[in-house]
Design a protein. Structure first.
Length: 245
């Protein structure tokens, strides 16, 4: 079965600085891949490059989505193809209601179960407020995930959905991520630094450790996550690579 997403030897810069180096990654339909790593490892930049955000500059390699090379396609074309990005820190927008943005996306993308999704994420009471203005950490992440869901993505790129989130919101977000896979057959690439959400997710297909812009180890979550939790990223890579040799 053809991969939904295939990244080949991808090297990415922001300005004059190389952030992502020689990344190879394949994601199948309905799979969830987790990318873990310390701060400034290049995780968010990799998601931005997949989405085609203008601040990223691809120096080498290719991004192929549903068999089509999208390496040089603009962000809006990738969105039309079914790629959506939930930002790590979505900006507050005064004077623009959350409901107005949601309505525009629902009309464009034809989402029929948006009311259910709003209730699942408990954002229905936030819809008449200005977008992300005064939202708590949990509210902000749940609202951003709602805007991602109603786009009906084939591939959802989730940048640290567990950052600054209370325990109740963490459980809600995890349940909705699994709903996206189970009911929508969406594929997920989830970036996390803390790993707080991982114990609440049961559908992780593969986990990758990223350090200094490179994916240095990939494997099954049950083999990786307990070691990372105990030893941290760099020591864990030494242990895991030692076990695999």
């Amino acid at each position: 079965m053809r991969d939904l997403l295939r990244i080949k030897d991808l090297t990415v810069a922001i300005g004059d600085k190389v952030i992502v180096r020689k990344v190879n990654l394949s994601v199948g339909r309905g799979e969830m891949h987790v990318i873990m790593g310390p701060n400034a490892a290049g995780k968010s930049t990799l998601l931005a490059a997949i989405m085609g955000l203008p601040r990223t500059r691809i120096l080498k390699g290719s991004i192929i989505f549903e068999g089509v090379e999208i390496t040089n396609k603009p962000c809006y074309e990738r969105a039309k193809m079914g790629i959506a990005l939930a930002h790590q820190i979505p900006p507050a927008v005064k004077g623009v209601r959350f409901s107005e943005v949601a309505k525009a996306l629902i009309e464009r993308c034809g989402c029929s179960d948006h009311t259910l999704m709003a209730k699942m994420l408990r954002v229905d009471k936030l819809l008449e407020r200005d977008l992300f203005v005064g939202f708590s950490g949990g509210e902000r992440k749940r609202a951003e995930l709602y805007l991602t869901m109603i786009q009906g993505p084939k591939l959802a790129l989730l940048d640290e959905p567990d950052s600054g989130v209370d325990l109740e919101s963490l459980s809600i977000i995890a349940n909705v991520i699994e709903y996206l896979i189970r009911k929508k057959n969406a594929s997920i690439i989830l970036v996390t630094h803390s790993g707080a959400i991982l114990e609440k997710l049961s559908r992780i297909s593969k986990t990758h450790i990223m350090i200094n812009g490179e994916i240095v180890y990939s494997g099954y979550p049950d083999d990786i996550i307990p070691i990372v939790t105990k030893f941290g990223y760099r020591k864990s890579v030494e242990i895991l690579l030692g076990d695999s040799r």
